[in-house]
Design a protein around this ligand. Structure first.
Ligand SMILES: [Fe+2]
Length: 164
């Protein structure tokens, strides 16, 4: 039978504040880098050139849509634990580790290779979060495992367009 004290604790705090802070520490860079991938993925979507234009143009939009979905998953996990997330455009510009995309129109193969490099940078951040959250909070780890699985699949789709 729960006491008044237990009820208060349940209402106000379902997770240790130290755990929440730790989760935010590892999910924040995941959000920032996925938002960066979404922005540069759209840039790539607009500037791809070549015989395979239509397929690559549409594939890049899928990558953008997925990056937004994954960023939303990670950000809302942090917010659900009661902490804010900083994914303002200035923060993304200052903190994202994704490599800079070349400017202007580009042939599909070269552009896809650059987007794959960006996906790999994001996957590095996501895999760090997978490792670090295993002990800290398996529920949050599940979020980044799902994201890693999705990014691996997007990487496969991209790579299959340039693999010989
Ligand atoms: Fe479009």
């Amino acid at each position: 039978m729960s006491t008044v004290k237990d009820a208060k604790k349940t209402d106000l705090q379902t997770i240790d504040p130290d755990v929440s802070a730790g989760v935010a520490q590892f999910l924040a860079p995941v959000v920032v880098n996925l938002q960066a991938l979404a922005t540069d993925g759209k840039q790539a979507h607009w500037h791809v050139r070549g015989a395979n234009f239509q397929a690559v143009h549409e594939l890049l939009d899928d990558v953008v849509d997925h990056a937004h979905e994954y960023a939303d998953l990670a950000a809302e996990r942090v917010v659900a634990l009661g902490l804010p997330i900083d994914a303002r455009v200035q923060t993304i510009g200052a903190q994202a580790v994704t490599p800079k995309l070349s400017e202007g129109f580009q042939q599909a193969d070269a552009l896809i290779a650059q987007v794959i490099a960006q996906v790999d940078a994001v996957l590095g951040v996501v895999r760090t979060a997978v490792d670090e959250l295993a002990e800290l909070d398996p529920v949050s780890q599940d979020v980044v495992i799902e994201i890693a699985r999705g990014l691996d699949k997007d990487r496969w789709f991209l790579f299959s367009h340039i693999a010989k």
